[in-house]
Write a protein that binds this ligand. Structure first.
Ligand code: SF4
Ligand code: SF4
Length: 374
């Protein structure tokens, strides 16, 4: 994005948040997936599982999309699970396109056939974000339980590119695929594709971090990766002191979630972002406008740990309500892991900022917000 577009985007976002207009929306079309990634936050059932009762029909998704468009939604992402597992995916996608959204499709890429690539190229989304979980079939087998997953994802990506569809490569790095990080990045570079990496996992939404805590990176490993991508951001150095003062006055929910961004999970519940189980409201029973109004009220009631309110490391900390909830089971309890990340980040950022090695700031918190909510 060039600078004037970036500025326009940021002004639009600020104004929408001030006015409570839900300009960014996420639609989780299914919880089913053909991969079984150990760190997944949503997966409920395998690829061969029949759509369960709670899964919404295409008509329901289309009605929700239209209602959101009526409230001002401009950009929408379609996600899962693996959204391409839905037999009616094309019907939903086609309807969302006609609503005029700037669309992004999140997929693992393994189900993209020649026929699908050709079809979507006729009404392409703004981007198809393909998540690569490794750089070999071996890693895919270990992490995602699919022995030829890597080759399938690359084949899917190439099919889209062949038909001129805009693709971005994403990855989530945990211990199991850490050794593949550079190779995944090189793959994106070799195709001249934008690359986005995520290093912070939170576990399954229903269960929290416990079952996959051993998979996640140490803060040192995390920041090695984040420093590696730092010089991709054309940002000016940050005045940490100014940001520390500014951030102290922010409420617990200080990102776009629930202010100008929303997420509708596979059961049709409206939440502020994909990491929340609660609070939620029910647009299927009270309508989207009322559900959005109620959700905005509810997020103001989310408590924060007393310690975070006065913490001078908050500027370095990825703390936010759903992360605390997934870590501790409570909104108002601090998490040892997040505190350690903040401490490591302060040391690293200070070293690089004042050593001026890159001359650029570290924005992965903001990046993760925007990745999660756009
Ligand atoms: S989680 Fe820890 S480091 Fe982060 S703001 Fe709260 S007390 Fe500070
Ligand atoms: S996970 Fe991201 S989008 Fe969700 S509340 Fe936290 S910072 Fe906001």
């Amino acid at each position: 994005m060039n600078r004037s577009l970036q500025q326009l985007h940021s002004e639009l976002q600020k104004e929408a948040a001030r006015e409570g207009i839900p300009i960014f929306g996420g639609f989780e079309l299914t919880a089913r997936c053909n991969l079984s990634c150990k760190m997944c936050y949503v997966k409920q059932k395998g690829a061969d599982a029949k759509p369960c009762e709670q899964e919404l029909t295409a008509r329901q998704w289309i009605d929700l999309g239209q209602a959101a468009a009526g409230q001002g939604t401009l950009t929408a992402f379609l996600t899962g699970g693996e959204p391409l597992l839905r037999a009616d995916f094309q019907e939903i996608y086609d309807a969302f396109c006609r609503m005029g959204f700037r669309l992004t499709l999140f997929t693992n890429g393994t189900l993209i056939t020649e026929e699908f690539a050709k079809w979507i190229s006729k009404i392409p989304p703004s981007t198809v974000d393909i998540t690569l979980y490794g750089a070999s079939d071996h890693t895919y087998f270990n992490l995602c339980g699919m022995k030829d997953g890597f080759q399938k994802a690359i084949d899917g990506m190439e099919r889209l590119l062949q038909y001129g569809v805009n693709v971005r490569v994403k990855t989530t790095i945990v211990k199991t695929n850490l050794q593949d990080y550079k190779a995944i990045k090189s793959i994106a570079e070799s195709y001249h594709l934008e690359f986005l990496s995520n290093t912070l996992i939170h576990g399954n939404r229903e269960e929290g971090i416990q079952k996959c805590a051993e998979l996640r990176l140490s803060p040192e490993e995390m920041y090695q990766i984040n420093l590696d991508t730092l010089d991709e951001y054309d940002r000016s150095p940050i005045d940490f002191q100014k940001r520390k003062d500014w951030i102290k006055n922010l409420p617990p929910m200080s990102c776009t979630a629930g202010r100008c961004a929303f997420f509708i999970n596979w059961e049709g519940k409206l939440t502020p972002c994909p990491l929340f189980v609660a609070p939620y409201t029910d647009p299927l029973s009270c309508g989207f406008p009322e559900a959005w109004r109620l959700l905005r009220e509810k997020i103001n009631e989310i408590p924060a740990p007393v310690k975070c309110k006065t913490c001078d490391k908050r500027v370095f900390c990825p703390v936010c309500p759903p992360r605390l909830y997934l870590e501790t089971g409570k909104f108002n309890e601090t998490s040892e892991y997040l505190c350690l990340i903040a401490k490591t980040k302060e040391q690293t950022a200070t070293r690089y900022q004042y050593g001026n090695k890159f001359g650029k700031g570290d924005h992965d918190h903001e990046k993760s917000i925007s990745k999660a909510s756009h």
